[in-house]
Write a protein that binds this ligand. Structure first.
Ligand SMILES: Cc1cn([C@H]2C[C@H](O)[C@@H](COP(=O)(O)OP(=O)(O)OP(=O)(O)O)O2)c(=O)[nH]c1=O
Length: 199
């Protein structure tokens, strides 16, 4: 089986590399809109599965494509990527001092048509941030490629996140523990992970 990662996200590439399984990148433009009636956990799974469908026709029988989508949920709202600095500041002003949930949906689709879709939830606690801290973060880090306008792995993660319930890697964009578990079921294994001596 050969693994294909269909993702533009540098965090997902890094996490999958750290997991140790060899993979190839494949990319195609996919629309990221979703039906309004879906509830939170369903949105991430829907988008991950929707992304995978774009690759189905071109998959070789021995390939499995991995797609994912991360969303940030606050109250009843889904926060996607901010369009500009003003929207990023607005999102972070809402998130500061609050608890929110991050969902990452993942789809694994094999060339033979087997499809596994799952999602993971992490609860993230933010302490109160000052307007100056929020503005500093947005100006310096320009988090426009990140759901909810923040990266738990960068400066704001250090100064704002006081507590996590669930997987940290899930917040970064890939619930690697679940990905590993499902890939093992599909036939991947330790024999594909290079030993430390060989790295
Ligand atoms: C909440 C949070 C999100 N993110 C990132 C993960 C995702 O890359 C991004 C959410 O956008 P996604 O639409 O999930 O992913 P993407 O468009 O970057 O990549 P692709 O669709 O090609 O796979 O936000 C962080 O890096 N850190 C965080 O703490």
């Amino acid at each position: 089986m050969r693994l294909v990662l269909a993702s533009n996200s540098p965090r997902r590439r890094q996490l999958l590399s750290d997991l140790g399984l060899p993979y190839e990148i494949r990319l195609q433009e996919v629309d990221e809109s979703f039906p309004a009636h879906l509830v939170r956990a369903e949105v991430a799974e829907y988008l991950a599965a929707h992304k995978a469908e774009a690759y189905r026709a071109a998959l070789a029988p021995d390939e499995v494509v991995l797609t994912a989508d991360t969303i940030v949920c606050l109250d009843d709202d889904v926060l996607n990527k901010p369009a500009d600095a003003a929207e990023a500041i607005q999102m972070l002003t809402r998130l500061q001092g609050r608890v929110h949930d991050v969902y990452t949906g993942v789809c694994l689709l094999t060339g033979e048509g087997q499809r596994v879709v799952f999602s993971d939830q992490t609860r993230v606690y933010f302490r109160a941030l000052s307007p100056a801290e929020i503005e500093f973060y947005v100006q310096q880090y320009k988090p426009f490629d990140k759901a909810g306008a923040y990266g738990a792995q960068d400066w704001i993660g250090m100064v704002a996140v006081t507590r996590l319930e669930g997987s940290y890697f899930n917040v970064m964009g890939l619930p690697v523990h679940r990905v590993w578990e499902e890939l093992v079921k599909l036939g991947f294994g330790l024999n594909e992970v290079p030993s430390l001596a060989a790295v």
